[in-house]
Each structure stands twice: as C-alpha cells, then as structure tokens.
Design a protein around this ligand. Sequence first.
Ligand SMILES: Nc1ccn([C@@H]2O[C@H](COP(=O)(O)OP(=O)(O)OP(=O)(O)O)[C@@H](O)[C@H]2O)c(=O)n1
Ligand SMILES: C[C@](O)(CO)[C@H](O)COP(=O)(O)O
Length: 237
Amino acid sequence: MKEWKRHAAIVLAAGKGSRMKCDVPKQYLSLKGKPVLYYALKAFEESFIDEIVLVTGVGQEEYCQKEIVEHYGFQKVSHVIAGGKERYDSVYRGICALEGADYVYIHDGARPFIDNALLCRARNTVEQYHACAAGIPSKDTIKLINEQGFVTGTPERKYTWIIQTPQVFEYTLIRGAYEQMYQNMPAVQITDDAMVVETMLCTPVKLYEGSYDNIKITTPEDMVVAEAFLNAEYPLL
Ligand SMILES: Nc1ccn([C@@H]2O[C@H](COP(=O)(O)OP(=O)(O)OP(=O)(O)O)[C@@H](O)[C@H]2O)c(=O)n1
Ligand SMILES: C[C@](O)(CO)[C@H](O)COP(=O)(O)O
C-alpha cells in the first residue's frame, strides 16, 4: 500500500460574480495591487499541498496561465482548465483533472484569507473523518422561512454554523458522490460540496474550525472588508 498521500487543491475561479455588479469578474479585482485570486493560490502554494488545479471561466485559461500562474510563479499549479455553468460543474471538472490524488481540497478562489494553520486543521480532520468542511459558529440567530417570507422555525444557535471552504474529501469519495449527483440530480439547489456528500452518500461530514477572516468576496462591501484585513497586516498574511 502507498504510504505517502497526495493532497491536491481545486481553486474555483469560474464564477461570473454577478452579485459584485462589476464588469470584471471579482476573482480578478485588485486587492492591494494583486488579484483576489492570487491570495488563495499563494496560501496553497506555500502549504503542504502537492498540486493545484485552477478552474477559470471559459476563455480565461490563457490569461490565468500567463498573468497569474506564470506572473506570480505558482509552481504547484498543474492544470488551468475551464469551469462549467454552475459551481458544482466547475468542481467536477477539477475533480476529473486530479486522477491520482488521495485527498481533494475544494476552495473558492473568492476566499482570499486562508492560511497554513487552517489547512493543517483541514488535513488532520479529513485524515480522521474522510469528509470535512470549514465552519464557524453563527454569531446571529438563524431563521428558517417559507416562500412568503414568514418564519417557520428557529434552530438553536449552538447548532447553526456558517460554512466556508476549503471542503476536503477523500478523492474516491467525492468523485463517487459527484457521479451519483449527475445521475440523480436533486430538486434542491446544490450550493456546496458537503451537500453532495451528505445527500448522495449519506456520509457524515465533520466540521473543522474555519476562521472569521475567511470571508467570501461576494458583494461590493466585501472588498472594503478585505482591504481592511490586508491593511491591518493580519498575522495570517
Ligand atoms: N460556475 C461557477 C460558479 C462559481 N464558481 C466559483 O465558486 C466560488 C463561489 O461562488 P460565488 O461566490 O457564488 O461566485 P460567483 O458565481 O462568481 O458569484 P455570483 O453568484 O454573485 O454570480 C467562486 O470562487 C466562483 O468563482 C465557479 O468556479 N464556477
Ligand atoms: C461553498 C460555499 O462557499 C460555502 O459557504 C458557498 O456555498 C458558495 O455559495 P455561492 O452561492 O456560490 O456563493
């Protein structure tokens, strides 16, 4: 049996960033002079991760290869590939490009503030539990609502967590879950990878400690917060 395990990352950058309401997809916007996407790639490049697949928008592969991968000297990026219509399509393309990996770290390129300590927590958790996702306890009360906007329930706050990426899985497990999903598409919207594993395989997904800094840049005010984190010279960076 192979002793040494191969840890590979999929960095997702194929979204349109419609909620950012900007001409340029948000992953290429400048944060302190570098593209948003640079920061997540740098964290993986400087970590124990062996290989990175960068998934970009259709037609953006050459730009990413030259202006990001080569320009910043990311040696671990083995493939730059085009993503798909939905986030899960982009993830599956990344998974297919990673034959031979033992563990897959799926990460939103729009989350710039991951660091090595967080990646080590992910690694320890996936090695023990096979499937895991970063999460933080919700600071606010969460309500469930119906289509008309009326509250239908209030889960106890200690059981409500905000879910982030990286979400990390054994390779065969996540590939199998995605293949089942494509054969048997659920009626609900798939918004993360843990959901694919939970619903397709009924495999428990363990949460590991994410970080309150690990924001996803989604709407314009997130850029202001991200700049503030960088200007504060966070120890993470
Ligand atoms: N078809 C898609 C959709 C999203 N993503 C990526 O998934 C991450 C999380 O998605 P989200 O924040 O929703 O990004 P967008 O889809 O770009 O944003 P929006 O929903 O506002 O259009 C981002 O890094 C995004 O680039 C992707 O690779 N492929
Ligand atoms: C995967 C994710 O980042 C977890 O919070 C999130 O679900 C992505 O969702 P989006 O709808 O693509 O923003």
